[in-house]
Design a protein around this ligand. Structure first.
Ligand code: SF4
Ligand code: ZN
Length: 262
């Protein structure tokens, strides 16, 4: 996933996953003098929640000697998740939040001249998202959301998920054993109801049939390899409005932003 001279933009929210990832990458980076790490923190504008997380992220970056860049939805998109939750939009705040966060990190990474973007999705996140995409009927995204996403034409920054094979419980354990101060308060906008159902289902399956999550992950990787040459899966265009990668003509973030009343 990484090269010895990469400048890695790491998404750092202040949660256990991103702090663990940052910690591990800094340890690795110390062995490679030509590599560089910058933390990207995104302020979605969620009062009573994001302030604490940003503070925790800032302290962690200071302790580890990592530069932190903070970008806000308000500056980038002219609105916040709190404001969106008050509007009569077609999708949940989480749907907007996830898409806009990806865009915000893309913008920040390009701004600092990073060569890779690393995010802290763990095994549980990956298999939940896989099943969610399938339940939404989005086969393209189910096959595309790989742990390492590269654009063969080199137009878009590669995205990597170094913790994608680490179960959430092990990430929590790592964070506790290292004494990280991480955010434990839940976001007031909550997670999508469907994701909660999928999470509970997968946890029940894992308890009854240990290894279920790994098996799903491995099976999907094999399917991705088989479909790697398929135009439908590998084709990425530049969004006609913002230039970001998208399988369509206009990216999801631009479509969402257009639907928000001025
Ligand atoms: Fe955003 Fe939803 Fe996460 Fe809150 S729970 S930070 S709204 S994705
Ligand atoms: Zn766009």
């Amino acid at each position: 996933m990484l090269k010895h001279d990469d400048h890695v933009a790491v998404g750092v929210s202040g949660g256990k996953d991103s702090l663990s990832l940052l910690h591990i990458l800094v340890k690795l980076e110390n062995r490679y003098p030509n590599s560089k790490i910058t933390a990207i923190s995104v302020d979605e504008g969620i009062k009573g929640y994001r302030e604490e997380a940003l503070l925790i992220a800032r302290k962690a970056c200071e302790q580890l000697g990592v530069r932190q860049v903070v970008v806000t939805y308000n500056d980038l998109f002219g609105t916040t998740i709190d404001e969106m939750s008050e509007m009569e939009l077609q999708q949940t705040p989480c749907s907007y939040c996830g898409v806009l966060r990806r865009k915000a990190i893309n913008k920040a990474a390009a701004m600092i001249g990073a060569t890779k973007i690393a995010t802290a999705h763990n095994l549980d996140d990956e298999v939940q998202t896989l099943l969610l995409n399938m339940l939404h009927g989005d086969s393209w995204r189910a096959m595309r959301s790989s742990p390492m996403l590269r654009d063969p034409r080199g137009k878009f920054l590669p995205r990597i998920k170094p913790l994608c094979e680490i179960p959430e419980k092990e990430v929590v354990l790592y964070a506790y054993l290292n004494g990280f101060d991480f955010q434990s308060v839940a976001c007031p906008h909550g997670h999508e109801a469907l994701r909660n159902d999928v999470r509970n289902f997968l946890n029940q399956m894992e308890q009854k049939h240990p290894g279920t999550k790994f098996t799903l992950q491995r099976t999907t990787e094999k399917l991705r390899e088989l479909l790697a040459g398929s135009a439908e899966v590998s084709q990425l265009n530049e969004c006609a409005k913002c230039g970001d990668p998208t399988p369509h003509e206009v990216c999801e973030a631009c479509l969402m932003l257009d639907a928000i009343p001025a």
